[in-house]
Each structure stands twice: as C-alpha cells, then as structure tokens.
Design a protein around this ligand. Structure first.
Ligand SMILES: Nc1ncnc2c1ncn2[C@@H]1O[C@H](COP(=O)(O)OP(=O)(O)O)[C@@H](O)[C@H]1O
Ligand SMILES: [Mg+2]
Length: 312
C-alpha cells in the first residue's frame, strides 16, 4: 500500500498530539509507503492530479525524510486530505484537484463532501438535534433573534474553527449590535446566532465517528478565564463516555456520513445538542487514545483499507 498525506508542512506539526502524525506512524507500522505533500505542491496536468511529494518514514523522534519526487496521485491506494483550515477558495480548489484522482484511489475525506458540507451548517440542518440557530447576515434579523431568546446568544463566524470569533452576548448588551457588525463585516459575511447552552460549563464533547460509527469521545471543559471549550484556549481534556442521547445523534447522522465518504469526522456536542460536524481535518484521537487505551488511528486505517479494497 502507498498513501499520500496532503497536509501542512511537517515542521509545523505538534508530534505529541497530532492526529495526522498518528495516522502516518500507524501507516508506517503497517509497512505502507508514506508520502506527504503541501497543497501548494499539487497541480493538474493532462486531466490528472500530480504533486511534488516527499517520502517519509516515521521514527520515535518524528520523521526520517527521504526522497522527493513528482508523483501522480492515481499511483497511491489512499490519499488523505489533512490540510487544516482556513476553508477558503484555495482549500476548495484543492478539492477540485482531488476530484481528478480516479476512483481506483481512495481519497478521504471525500473531496465532494468536503466542499458541500459546511461544518456548522451541516449540523444546523438537523434542527431536532441542534440548539435554535439563525444563519444570517442581516443585522436587524440577528438582533431580533437574540431578543427572542430566553437567555444569552452565541455568535460565530460561518467558517470559524478552534473557537475563533465565538462570542457570547445577550439582548440589552450595549455591545451587541457592534459585535454583530464586526463579526458579519457590516452584513457582508454570514454568521450564526445560536441559543447559548449553559451546559457548556460541564464541557463540549468531541465525538469521533469512523465511517459513520462512533469510535470514542473526549470532554473539553472550558477554563475559568475563557468561555470556549477549545483546548488551545485553555479548556482541559477529560475522559468521557457517550450518553444515550449522544448515541442517538450518532445514529441519526452516521448513515449520511458513510454515504458521503466522510470517513473521519469529529462532532461537537454541548449538553446533548449537536453544534458542529467537523469534516475538514478533525482532531482529538490523541486524547481519546490516552484516556480509553485505544488506537483510533488503527481503526481509521482499517476503514481506509476496507474502502480501498472495494475500489481495487
Ligand atoms: N450554543 C452554544 N452555547 C454555549 N457555548 C457555545 C455554543 N456554541 C459554541 N459555544 C462555545 O464556543 C466553542 C466553539 O464553538 P464551535 O461551534 O465548536 O466552533 P469552533 O469551530 O470554533 O470550535 C465551544 O466549545 C463553546 O465553548
Ligand atoms: Mg468546535
């Protein structure tokens, strides 16, 4: 087996916690040939996707970097799209290049799914599973939605990640309109307004789904200095299990994820409410492995091998 990881530069990875590195290490462990490339080193020519890529072997300390070569993506069994956001036009165009890869190669997550599924709107489409949510760039409409909420409102950019730009406010807050103006760039950019879930103080649960099946979860509890449950802004990771409600959420969305080739997905659940379906480059397997004594990267590779075998 040969696999190619489309990703951020190797030197930017935090090896102790990076999910992509865990996948590369497990692939090396299975005797696969592992290559990596940056999206900027990909191109299309003659209807085919190509890249300047480097072969690597993972070691205890990191990577043993080997030769560089111009490769054709069709010559790999598996191509992992693991570029971190921003989800911008360059990211989207990279998925178009991945569309040039023939069906005999497994690309995951499926580039069409990466394009069509916005992480926050995908969740919002399941109205029964998500908190009341408005998606708009009309400042007046967002003000009115906030006024009708029983308590606070959460405002977030449509394309955020890692908690960036997530604000908490309430009707009557003299800063509210100004916050909406800034976040929506005066009504030029869509934002989400969502009912504030006080259960966030108990944590934001990241559940990993592999090929539509829940594989593990980690609870991220916000610190005292910041309301957000994102680890890099001070939230702490805790061991957890799934409640029946969370299992029900997974059961409802799992078949769609599987059908759309969204093999490696991380959902966020606060107080039993689905807030996000992360498809671009989910993380969290390191924490779940540590708490549960599992190796989710091996389960991901099993899923990739299974799907790749169906194609060859
Ligand atoms: N409806 C909500 N109620 C309370 N807090 C929320 C809500 N939505 C988001 N948050 C807070 O913002 C953080 C990030 O939200 P999320 O929607 O997952 O965006 P991101 O993609 O930036 O992680 C959450 O961990 C939580 O602390
Ligand atoms: Mg999140």
């Amino acid at each position: 087996m040969r696999s190619l990881f489309v990703m951020d530069p190797l030197e930017t990875l935090d090896l102790s916690g990076d999910s992509t590195f865990a996948l590369m290490r497990a692939s090396t462990g299975r005797g696969w040939e592992v290559w990596w490339c940056h999206p900027s080193a990909m191109w299309g020519e003659g209807g085919r996707a190509k890249a300047r890529a480097q072969r690597v072997v993972t070691t205890a300390a990191g990577f043993d970097r080997q030769e560089w070569a111009e490769v054709e993506l069709a010559d790999f069994q598996v191509v992992w799209m693991r570029k971190d956001p921003p989800f911008d036009m360059t990211y989207i165009f990279t998925t178009y290049l991945l569309d040039l890869v023939p069906p005999s190669t497994l690309v995951l997550n499926n580039p069409a799914g990466l394009r069509s599924r916005n992480e926050k709107l995908f969740a919002a489409a399941y109205a029964d599973l998500t908190p009341p949510t408005l998606i708009s760039r009309d400042i007046q409409r967002i003000m009115a939605f906030t006024a009708a909420l029983p308590d606070r409102v959460v405002l977030k950019p449509w394309d955020g990640n890692g908690g960036r730009g997530v604000l908490v406010s309430r009707a009557g807050d003299p800063n509210l309109r100004s916050m909406i103006e800034v976040l929506s760039d005066e009504g030029r950019r869509y934002i989400l307004a969502q009912r504030y879930l006080p259960e966030i103080v108990a944590g934001d649960k990241r559940i990993i789904l592999i090929d539509g099946e829940p594989a593990g979860a980690v609870l991220r509890v916000p610190g005292t200095a910041d309301h957000r449950g994102n680890l890099h802004v001070g939230a702490t990771a805790h061991r957890t299990t799934l409640t029946p409600r969370e299992q029900e959420i997974c059961a409802q969305i799992g078949p769609t994820l599987r059908a759309e080739g969204l093999v490696f997905v991380g959902i966020d659940v606060i107080g039993g409410w689905l807030t996000e379906i992360n498809v671009t480059s989910p993380t969290g397997i390191h924490q779940i492995n540590a708490f549960d004594g599992v190796q989710l990267e091996e389960r991901l590779l099993d899923a990739a091998e299974r799907r790749a075998a169906e194609r060859s």
